[in-house]
Design a protein. Structure first.
Length: 503
């Protein structure tokens, strides 16, 4: 790669279902956050290649009681990010509740509380459009068959210009069942260009699908369709679902995801142009994704990426961390020094990290790397434990546990996807100082090797563990502290010097 080019993916982690917008010289991106809190991540770039995480638009998921416990594949699906009337707007679908929006005068907020535009099961992937020519507003959305009994179709509505509600019952404007060979049509993004209404929408499934484009002179159709991006002879499977953005100089670019197993949905940047006569968009290299390409015609920017490392100054954790459900009071304690102090939260589900809301997570990197953290267990409660985890439909973790005899042991445990609880992955061994350095080496195919240092150097622990995703969510790295159910305070654990380094 030369200084004048970039390589895909530009975001090599699970930034699922990305959408992008330009405001002046700045580009902003959001992505699905499912059941984690805070939700709706907000990323910023000046060159479409280097991105930083600047905040979240959703502090807690609502209704709060629905997300007091983990709902890993539910919550915030496929948001759309727009800028209108000097405000940022994000629309998303919760497959169990309906279509929501939040808005703010600036990307860092303050963001409004979620507003429900339309209640209903299986309403997903909404995208608004404010037609600057007519002053009218529209909204398009898709359907989740698991809740609604139907899929492979897009419905359209007229919308109140203030974004607070819909003005009609809606109608199907694109029926994928009537297009030969098309299935699982979803994730629409709505635009106005050159006198046409355009819908850019993927089909064919996240692992094997393609990107479609639809156009009509009238919002409610009829629409013509064309495949504008597909795998062809590249190694980028299922290239689709994302957003189109135009630079100040008039260049067009398309950001989309690629499904990569436990690493989730990584983000690619494709050049885009309008074909002969400006009739249809041409994405990538004549409809195939590019691996390397000339950078956008934008001012050069220093290398940047969403943060991963954390020293937890004052006990605070960085923006890259999310809880597996709405956060509870007192899970993390602020203090005068460095280090994350997590309360050993009592739980009847201590045997299964997948059921715990108080696991602090960040995305599993998409490239081979090593994650490392130092841990001190500050609890005298028998059974209290804390550790570093790889969390998905199956999970593995390594950490410290207080024994009934008062000693602290290094333990390494795992659970298969179908298992209801964890098992030992290695024989426990003493950690005489109640401290350990924990390490997970993540290799190709998200294969994870666990090791730890309890004062005698790093030693490998257990067999290699292959990380697994949830149904829609990539695997996560997590920090946790817990204790068995019972009365009273159970102490805490302190994590310091969290680092992720390339291998």
């Amino acid at each position: 790669m030369t200084s004048g080019t970039y390589r895909n993916p530009i975001l090599n982690a699970d930034w699922s279902d990305p959408d992008v917008v330009r405001v002046g010289d700045d580009f902003y991106l959001t992505a699905s956050s499912f059941g984690r809190a805070p939700g709706l991540p907000l990323l910023h770039s000046r060159d479409l290649v280097n991105w930083t995480l600047v905040g979240h638009a959703l502090e807690r998921l609502e209704p709060a009681e629905e997300f007091a416990a983990p709902r890993h594949d539910c919550g915030v699906w496929a948001p759309s990010l727009r800028y209108h009337d000097e405000r940022f707007w994000i629309f998303w679908g919760d497959p169990d509740q309906g279509l929501f929006q939040v808005n703010a005068p600036a990307i860092r907020g303050p963001w409004t509380r979620p507003h429900l535009l339309k209640a209903g099961k299986g309403l997903i992937d909404p995208c608004p459009l404010w037609d600057e020519e007519t002053g009218e507003a529209y909204l398009v959305h898709a359907w989740a068959k698991s809740r609604a009994g139907v899929k492979n179709r897009l419905s359209g509505h007229r919308m109140r210009p203030d974004g607070t509600g819909l003005l009609d019952e809606g109608k199907v404007i694109v029926d994928g069942d009537r297009i030969p060979g098309w299935f699982t049509l979803e994730g629409p993004k709505l635009y106005r260009h050159d006198g046409w209404f355009w819908i850019l929408a993927p089909a064919g499934g996240v692992e094997t699908g393609w990107q479609g484009a639809f156009r009509s002179r009238d919002f409610f159709g009829p629409y013509e369709e064309r495949i504008v991006l597909e795998q062809k002879d590249t190694d980028v499977n299922g290239p689709h679902q994302g957003g189109w953005v135009r630079t100040p100089s008039g260049e067009d670019w398309f950001l989309h995801f690629q499904q990569r197993g436990a690493h989730g949905r990584v983000v690619h940047l494709q050049p885009m142009r309008w074909g002969p006569g400006g009739e249809w968009p041409v994405i990538g290299d004549d409809g195939a994704p590019v691996a390397e390409h000339r950078r956008p015609d934008l001012l050069p920017q220093p290398p940047a990426a969403p943060a991963t490392d954390d020293d937890f100054p004052g006990g605070r954790y960085g923006r890259q961390w999310q809880w597996t459900a709405n956060p509870g009071e007192g899970w993390a304690t602020q203090h005068s020094g460095d280090g994350l102090r997590l309360t050993c939260v009592r739980s009847q589900d201590a045997h299964d990290l997948r059921k715990l809301p108080h696991v602090l997570t960040q995305r599993l990197p998409g490239a081979p790397c090593t994650a490392e953290v130092e841990l001190r267990l500050d609890s005298d409660e028998p059974g209290a434990r804390a550790g570093l985890a790889v969390l998905g439909d199956a999970f593995g973790w390594i950490g410290l546990q207080r024994g009934t005899d008062g000693t602290v042991h290094l333990v390494h445990r795992f659970a298969e996807a179908v298992a209801e609880g964890e098992r030992d992955a290695a024989h426990p061994r003493l950690a005489p100082e109640g401290r350990a350095r924990l390490r997970i080496e993540i290799g190709a195919g998200a294969r994870c090797r666990f090791s730890a240092d309890v004062g005698d150097g790093f030693r490998p622990s257990g067999p290699v563990f292959a990380a697994t995703p949830w149904r829609w969510v990539g695997a996560l790295l997590g920090l946790f502290a817990l204790a068995p159910a019972g009365p009273g305070h159970a102490g805490a654990a302190t994590f310091t010097h969290f680092r992720i380094t390339d291998r």
